[in-house]
Ligand binder design. Sequence first.
Ligand SMILES: Nc1ncnc2c1ncn2[C@@H]1O[C@H](C[S@+](CC[C@H]([NH3+])C(=O)[O-])CC(=O)[O-])[C@@H](O)[C@H]1O
Length: 327
Amino acid sequence: MAAFADALAHLRREGDGDAWVNELADRAQAAWAGCRHGDRARWVQALAALPETEPAAAPDRPAPRLGTPVADPQALRGTLMELHPWRKGPLELGGVPVDCEWRSDWKWDRVRAHVDLTDSRVLDIGCGNGYFGWRMLGAGARQVVGIDPTWVYVMQWLACRHFAGVLPNYVLPLKVEDLPSGQAGFDAVFSMGVLYHRRDPAEHLRRLRALLRPGGRLVLETLVLPGDQPDGLLVPEGRYARMRNVWAVPGVGRLARWVAEAGFADVDVADVTATTPAEQRSTEWMRFQSLSDALEKPPQTGRPGVGPVRTVEGHPGPIRALVTAWR
Ligand SMILES: Nc1ncnc2c1ncn2[C@@H]1O[C@H](C[S@+](CC[C@H]([NH3+])C(=O)[O-])CC(=O)[O-])[C@@H](O)[C@H]1O
């Protein structure tokens, strides 16, 4: 598809001959060519049906405003709905508000207070549809390279890019383990909501360090245990909050030790916040089950998220820590 190829051409140009960037673009191109997802044709058709608007971007808003209002917002809504489920947002595309599953703007408010991205080249691992990339550009980043292996999120980013025009926020269909070795030299590497999906967290952290330039900054966000279990470690036997692939949930102290043991300096637990069904919920743009369906409902209230929260499997409810550290 021309739009994806065009984005890769821009990425290569910005890399200005850098071998790591060229190899990254080659791998993204190969992944794109190899996509056999059953919904691909429908997604590509939806992208082709997006109306032309004047490219525009106001990214530093809770709902980044991409594009200008279109003549037929109802038709655009229908087209964007072909790219369901919209998980990370909110967004405003061609004047249409996209109310995603996550209030990712709340997470961004927690992150932004602790991170200066002025003129930074950023790598965002597990970037979803690139929501945070827009916010990072809004916060002064020079370039954001996002990677995420979930195809529909790459398609959503292409829809965003259609409205935003040519901006240095990328979403490439790659896993962290697909990244080239060698000198990547990022000023900042983000790994938010990914560590608990990794079977070997220590290996993930070492890999993040290798992707940074010396003096570069790690921003790590992941599930942790409640504050009274700083050295604890939950290795769920089955699911955690209905998620199949959660391998390890450490206490905050243990998490900070993991980061230090991977070779990072000045490890700081900048924020610890419980995730509530107000932050992660079903909407018309994400019609599947969401967090409230994964939490135990205390009998006295019949409502999730009230009182000491537990997941439906009986584990402590989701709490996320934000850790920053330096290479
Ligand atoms: N091996 C992998 N390599 C890279 N990405 C992966 C891999 N496996 C899964 N993912 C991707 O990692 C993302 C995890 S979500 C966090 C999104 C965002 N960062 C957020 O903080 O909201 C979890 C959450 O909702 O918290 C998904 O988009 C996966 O496709």
